[in-house]
Every structure is written in C-alpha cells, then in structure tokens.
Design a protein around this ligand. Sequence first.
Ligand SMILES: Cc1ncc(COP(=O)(O)O)c(C=O)c1O
Length: 331
Amino acid sequence: MSIRPIHGGTDSGPAVLHDFSTNANPLPPPGALVQALQAAERRHYPDPQYRLLREHLAAAHGVAAEQVLPTAGGAEAIRRLSLAAFLLGLREVWVPEPGFGDYAAAAQALGLQPRGYRSAEQLLAALQAGALVWICEPCNPSGSSLSAETLAAISARATLTVIDGAYDALRLHGTAPTLPANCWQLHCPNKALGHTGVRAGYVLAPTQADAFSQALLAKVQDLAPSWVLSGEGQVLLLQLHRPEIQAWLAESRQQLREWQALQQALLARLGWQQNRTCTPFWLARPQLPWPDLRAQGIKLRDATSFGLPGWVRLATLPPSSQLALQKAIQS
Ligand SMILES: Cc1ncc(COP(=O)(O)O)c(C=O)c1O
C-alpha cells in the first residue's frame, strides 16, 4: 500500500476555477509581500546559518535564536523531526485522526506503525513515555482545537510533543491555547500568507528543553541539507511578523468569517451536514448523490483518506465561488 499522503489543492489535472479543496488563504496577498518575494535574492546562496533570519524569528517569538530551525516548509519539517526522533530511539508515534496525512506517512516511511487518536481522552488513556505525539492546533481537517490544560497533560506524558500550528494564523473563532513550554512547535505560514508554492517554515525547539530535546535539536540540525530554505522562502519568513502583514492577516480573518457564515448558510439550505470549526475549513457531508464538480472547475477535498467516506473538507471561498458551487450542485 502506498504511503504517499493525499492532499487537497493543486493536482496533476487542469487548473481549478473554484478550489474549495485547499486550505490556503484565498484572499489576494498584500502587494508588499508579493514585491518582497519578487525581489528575493536568487543569484546567491542564503547564509548557510540563516543567522539574521533566526534572530529575527527568535525576537518575534521571544525565544533564543538557537531554538529556531528554518525548514523547507512544514512537510519537510515533519519528515526531519520524525527521522531525528527515530534515530534517538522513539518508536511509538501518535497522530490525530482525522489528521494531516504527512505525520503518519513520515512514521510509515521509517517502518513504524503510527497509532491514531480520535480524542485527547483516548490519547491520554493510552499514552506512555517514549512516544512522539503530533498535535495539529487547530486541526486540519476538522478545525477543532484543544485546551491549554489538555496540551499540558499530553506534553507532560509524551517524550516528544510537536504542535503543528499551520493554521494558527487562520483561527477565525475562539482564542489560541497557551502552548506548554516543553513542546516543539512547527510554523508553516505559507498557507495563511496565500503562498503555498513557497516552501518555507520553521521549527521552534522548546524553551524548557530536557536532555532528549537538546539531543533532538542537534539531530534535527545535523539532518538538514545545506541551504534547506530557499532565498524566497527566507523572504516569506522575514515578512511574516511585519505589522502590515499581520494587519492584512487580521483583515483576512474578518473577511473569511463573513464569507464562511454565508457559505455555511448556503450548504445548510442545500441539506449538507456540517461540523463545527474554528478555521476557514471544515468537514461536511453533502446530500447524495452529488455531481462531478471537478469537471465543472470546482474541487472539494474528498475526506475518504481521512477515514470519512461520504464527507468532504471544504474551505471558505468568496461569494462568487459559493454561487458557482450552488449552481453546479443544483444543475
Ligand atoms: C497541518 C499541516 N501541516 C503542515 C503542512 C505542510 O505545509 P508546508 O509544507 O506547505 O509548509 C500542511 C499542508 O497542507 C498542513 O495542512
């Protein structure tokens, strides 16, 4: 059985007009960001140590530069962290279910059989020391979120807890839980910034690092290819915490909240079952039968690979795309 994870968004087929299957921010990115990316240095290697970038990100997060590890995106970070943990002896891996497929794929590629958890209670009942636990906060595909207390309980038990905050900047409802100081964090801002083609992310090692985390930090660094982050990736990360970009993100969230309310009302009128969410994407069960939308330039993320046949994950898109979806369904 192939362990290649399945993803929404761009595929090998013709371009999609209304892509409800990607979790990337659908709003046009700010001009300043686009210009900065266009001006990215491509003729020379980035600093192999990424010193300025690491200092910049460290200042933004209030941590030491040594805790910041640039990566070629979240997907690369997941593979590298998994391999480093494996090399340090961890053999038990817990992944959220439903959850982003790369956590399980990374474990399977190392010959491990990851264990899925459907709830924090289930995880806590079975969790032993020696385990790596992946947490997606807020979670893709469900848009669910855990409390600070739950995160603390999990990270107190696991040997390594990695919190993937890929969609934290796109949290539309509720407040983010405080993350325990002994957790590893994964930041992949290309989705919130509407630039998933730029492969850039970073890992934050914990502020309260035990002996295992210190060894892991060294191992994750040793496993990085030279210049793991491209010149334009570096620019994306340097732009992220600028006040104009943060203001644009806040405006995006407001716009997405309004569009999401319209879209949820539309799908309710069409009789779709919809789960609660705190993100711009959520799980829904369409009325069956539903037409081949891909042929009509519309793509939804089939949730079968998340273990949810008959369900889809869909993202919030503007009213024009919602209308196109409505027409295609009713035609
Ligand atoms: C939860 C989650 N983490 C990580 C990633 C990987 O992101 P990237 O490699 O583009 O940074 C994705 C992409 O969809 C994701 O959904």
